[in-house]
Write a protein that binds this ligand. Structure first.
Ligand SMILES: *Cc1c(COP(=O)(O)O)cnc(C)c1O
Length: 349
C-alpha cells in the first residue's frame, strides 16, 4: 500500500447527528422559529440578486457591518466564519503551535478538543465541580502550571446551561497568560456578554453564531470579535472565500430585523422557562429518578436514571433529545413540543 491513514485520523468517524424523520427535534439547540413571510420575501429577492459567477467578498463586509450594528461593536473587530465551528478550527490551528498546550473545561462543547486533537496541540482538561461550577482561582493557576497558550470554553456552557458572570470573565481574561477563546453561542439568552469588551484585551476572542437564537443554523454563520491585531491575524489565516455569497446576503438581512429577533428571543426565553418549570414539576414526583439543572440558555440539562432507556423511549415516540452519558439535554421547543415531551417523559418514568 502506498498510503496509510495517519494515527490521528485513522479511527475518526464523520459527525453523526441523529438522522431520520422525527416530528419533534429537541437535540441541537436550534431555534423553533421560522422567518415571517415578509422577511422570506426579502431573503428571496436578495438570493436572486447574488452574482453567482463571481467569488463572494472575502471579508463579508456588509454582513460584518450588520452583525456589528446588531451587537453594538466595531465592524473592524469582526470576522465572519462558515459557522463558529470553522472559526474554532482556524483559531486553534493558527494561534497555537504544534507542541503547545490548550486548556478546555469539562463538561463543555466537545468540538474544542476535537479540533485541538486534529491540530496536534496538547489538550489539558479542567474538571468542573459536581454542580458544574468553576473554581476560578484554581483554573487560573492550572493555566500557569501547564503553560497554557489558549483557554477555550463556552459561556454560558453547552451542555450545563450555566455561565460565568461578566465580572468573573473579566478576572479570568486579565489573569491568565494565554489567549482566551470565549464562545458565546448562547449569550443571546443571557445578559452577561463580554462582546463589547473584546477590543480592550490583547488576549481575547469572543465567538458568536447565527445558529441558535438568530435561528439561521442552515446558513452556517459564525463570528469572531477581537482587537485589531488579532482580527487581522484571523482574517489572514482563514480561507479567503469561507462565507458564501448567499449566506452573506441573507445573514446581513436577518441581522437587521431587530424587532423580529427581539420578539423571537422573548418567545424562546418563555419556552425555556415553561419547559424548566414543567421538568421541575416532574422532578418533584420522580425525585430519585431525575434532576433538573437551572439554565440561562435555550436548553435544559437533566440527569436521569437509565438515561439510555429514556432517550430511546422518547425517540420511539418521535422526539429526539441529546443523550450524553447519565444526562439528556433538551432544547426548548414550541409550547406544543414541550408539552408532548413532558407527557412522553412522564410515561417513560
Ligand atoms: C452550537 C454551538 C456552536 C456552533 O455554532 P455554528 O456557528 O453552528 O458552527 C458553537 N459553540 C457552541 C458551544 C455551540 O453549542
Amino acid at each position: 500500500m502506498a498510503y496509510n491513514l495517519n494515527s490521528k485520523i485513522r479511527d475518526l468517524k464523520p459527525y453523526d447527528p441523529i438522522l431520520g424523520d422525527f416530528p419533534i427535534r429537541l437535540d441541537a439547540n436550534e431555534s423553533f422559529l421560522q422567518p415571517t413571510d415578509e422577511i422570506l420575501t426579502k431573503i428571496r429577492d436578495a438570493a436572486a440578486s447574488v452574482v453567482f459567477n463571481r467569488y463572494p467578498d472575502p471579508f463579508a463586509k456588509e454582513l460584518c457591518q450588520s452583525f456589528a450594528d446588531f451587537y453594538g461593536v466595531d465592524e473592524a473587530s469582526v470576522t465572519a466564519g462558515n459557522g463558529s465551528d470553522e472559526l474554532i478550527s482556524v483559531i486553534l490551528g493558527a494561534f497555537v503551535m504544534k507542541d503547545e498546550a490548550i486548556m478546555t473545561l469539562s463538561p463543555d462543547f466537545s468540538m474544542y478538543r476535537f479540533y485541538g486533537h486534529l491540530n496536534e496541540v496538547k489538550c489539558f482538561e479542567y474538571q468542573k465541580k459536581a454542580d458544574f461550577s468553576i473554581d476560578l482561582d484554581e483554573l487560573i493557576s492550572l493555566t500557569k502550571e501547564y503553560d497554557i497558550k489558549a483557554l477555550v470554553f463556552s459561556n454560558p456552557c453547552n451542555p450545563t446551561g450555566r455561565g460565568l458572570k461578566r465580572e468573573e470573565v473579566r478576572k479570568l481574561v486579565a489573569s491568565v497568560n494565554a489567549l482566551v477563546v470565549l464562545d458565546e453561542a448562547y449569550m443571546d439568552f443571557w445578559d452577561q456578554s463580554f462582546i463589547r469588551e473584546a477590543g480592550n484585551y490583547d488576549n481575547l476572542i469572543v465567538l458568536r453564531t447565527c445558529s441558535k437564537m438568530i435561528g439561521m443554523a442552515a446558513l452556517r454563520l459564525g463570528f469572531a470579535v477581537a482587537n485589531p491585531s488579532i482580527t487581522n491575524a484571523i482574517r489572514a489565516v482563514k480561507s479567503p472565500y469561507n462565507v458564501n455569497a448567499c449566506s452573506q446576503k441573507i445573514g446581513s438581512i436577518v441581522l437587521k430585523e431587530k424587532s423580529w429577533l427581539d420578539s423571537g428571543l422573548s418567545e424562546i426565553k418563555a419556552s425555556r422557562k415553561e419547559l424548566s418549570s414543567m421538568l421541575k414539576f416532574l422532578e418533584q414526583i420522580y425525585c430519585n429518578q431525575i434532576h433538573v439543572y437551572d439554565s440561562v440558555t435555550n436548553f435544559i440539562l437533566v440527569r436521569v436514571l437509565e438515561s439510555r432507556r429514556v432517550f430511546e423511549g422518547l425517540k420511539k415516540a418521535g422526539i429526539v433529545v441529546r443523550h450524553m452519558g447519565d444526562y439528556i439535554r433538551i432544547t426548548a421547543g414550541t409550547a406544543e413540543e414541550n408539552m408532548k415531551l413532558i407527557r412522553c417523559l412522564k410515561t417513560i418514568l
